[in-house]
Design a protein around this ligand. Sequence first.
Ligand SMILES: *[C@@H]1O[C@H](CO)[C@@H](O)[C@H](O)[C@H]1NC(C)=O
Ligand SMILES: *[C@@H]1O[C@H](CO)[C@@H](O)[C@H](O)[C@H]1NC(C)=O
Ligand SMILES: *[C@@H]1O[C@H](CO)[C@@H](O)[C@H](O)[C@H]1NC(C)=O
Ligand SMILES: *[C@@H]1O[C@H](CO)[C@@H](O)[C@H](O)[C@H]1NC(C)=O
Ligand SMILES: *[C@@H]1O[C@H](CO)[C@@H](O)[C@H](O)[C@H]1NC(C)=O
Ligand SMILES: *[C@@H]1O[C@H](CO)[C@@H](O)[C@H](O)[C@H]1NC(C)=O
Ligand SMILES: *[C@@H]1O[C@H](CO)[C@@H](O)[C@H](O)[C@H]1NC(C)=O
Length: 376
Amino acid sequence: MSQKKVFVVLLAVSSVSLLLHRGGHLIWTMKVFRLDCPSLQVHPSPKPKHTSIAFLKTHKTASSTVQNLLFRFAERHNLTVALPYQSCDHQFCYPRPFSARFVHPHTVPPRIITNHMRFNLSELRRVMPNDTLYVTILREPASMFESLFSYYNQYCQAFRHVPNGSLEAFLADPWRYYRPDEKDSMYARNTLTFDLGGDKDHAPSDGDYVSSFIAGIERVFSLVMIAEHFDESLVLLRRLLSWDLEDVLYVKLNMRTSGSKQNLSNELPAQIRDWNALDSRLYDHFNASLWRQLDALGPECVAREVELLRAARDRVVRGCFGGQLPQLRPATQIKNKELRPWQPSSKVDIVGYDLPPNASRPEAGAGRGPTTSASS
Ligand SMILES: *[C@@H]1O[C@H](CO)[C@@H](O)[C@H](O)[C@H]1NC(C)=O
Ligand SMILES: *[C@@H]1O[C@H](CO)[C@@H](O)[C@H](O)[C@H]1NC(C)=O
Ligand SMILES: *[C@@H]1O[C@H](CO)[C@@H](O)[C@H](O)[C@H]1NC(C)=O
Ligand SMILES: *[C@@H]1O[C@H](CO)[C@@H](O)[C@H](O)[C@H]1NC(C)=O
Ligand SMILES: *[C@@H]1O[C@H](CO)[C@@H](O)[C@H](O)[C@H]1NC(C)=O
Ligand SMILES: *[C@@H]1O[C@H](CO)[C@@H](O)[C@H](O)[C@H]1NC(C)=O
Ligand SMILES: *[C@@H]1O[C@H](CO)[C@@H](O)[C@H](O)[C@H]1NC(C)=O
């Protein structure tokens, strides 16, 4: 081993142990990155953080976690976030296609938009800056549909009339319960396609439709994240936006208890993918493209950054919760009512967190290393 290599290894070991045992000082670890993983360098020459982002928040895909991350970034960087007009509720008048009129005038001109909407590019362009980067997230259709089915069970007409609320019964004969034009039908078939502005009921056998729809998404979206590979997706997001590691730390939000999740038996996933064939094509395409991008960065470098991200996240979270990782709690046990997540029905428990009464910002420097290194 050359002297230089030995030095790099020593630096890596001491940096990782610093990170693990002392917390903070990510600056060292980031320096190791520069030496070992040039493809992960965010700033070959110092490049400012990108601040204009349109995140298409899809349903039941871990998108609340991304939204929360964007809200916190906007707060720290004093950026305006487009919010819906009151009468639109918290979604931009979903399921109507997005219109510039749905944006509350107090929130224009925005830098970030991240609430649920049905995508319409030309209308978004009327509100967002011309250097906006478009990002979205997809989830594997079988687990996503199981989630939609339980979350909207009492809400969506197509699901309400299914005997015993049985997913198996619905999939055995979906056309018996599903009406394309009924209220909330977008939660019952090809929800991703619908949210992205597509035709959820288009014949899946029309290959041209699917490929041109996918090509359109590829032209507009700089990154399509994948919920199953969330941390790896964040590596790409961070790089796309030239953000610091600190900017992509997160705590998972809006999750169900494991008892509220149905374990899918052998034939169900295939039936679900069949019923949601357009979404399945989308998902397979963009999962493959995510992994092509990760491969280009180098799997070891990606794995290293994911590890760093998790360590930094745990440290910051422990800082907020008095040294421990937070306990997920059913809504009824969360003392601060404002922190209780919305419960869609009596059969589904969405869990959340209580903040300790003495919650404070993490100690100075806990996650700030990269800020320094990025500008150095
Ligand atoms: C935040 O932005 C607003 C509007 O652009 C500006 O008036 C205000 O001074 C900024 N605040 C800080 C702390 O930068
Ligand atoms: C999107 O908005 C444009 C106008 O900006 C409109 O012509 C078009 O019909 C809209 N698309 C949908 C699907 O509503
Ligand atoms: C984007 O908008 C800015 C300011 O409004 C303008 O100066 C610039 O030329 C625009 N760029 C493009 C590519 O349209
Ligand atoms: C609904 O549940 C009841 C009681 O468990 C059962 O007897 C009935 O067969 C179920 N119906 C269907 C359509 O699964
Ligand atoms: C599904 O499986 C997990 C782990 O095996 C278990 O914790 C959970 O209770 C199961 N859910 C149901 C609804 O059976
Ligand atoms: C996504 O693609 C990768 C690489 O081909 C594969 O290993 C992984 O299983 C896929 N993920 C899902 C959830 O299908
Ligand atoms: C916050 O309060 C808890 C319980 O009273 C205590 O264990 C913890 O050390 C406190 N954390 C801080 C940062 O003061």
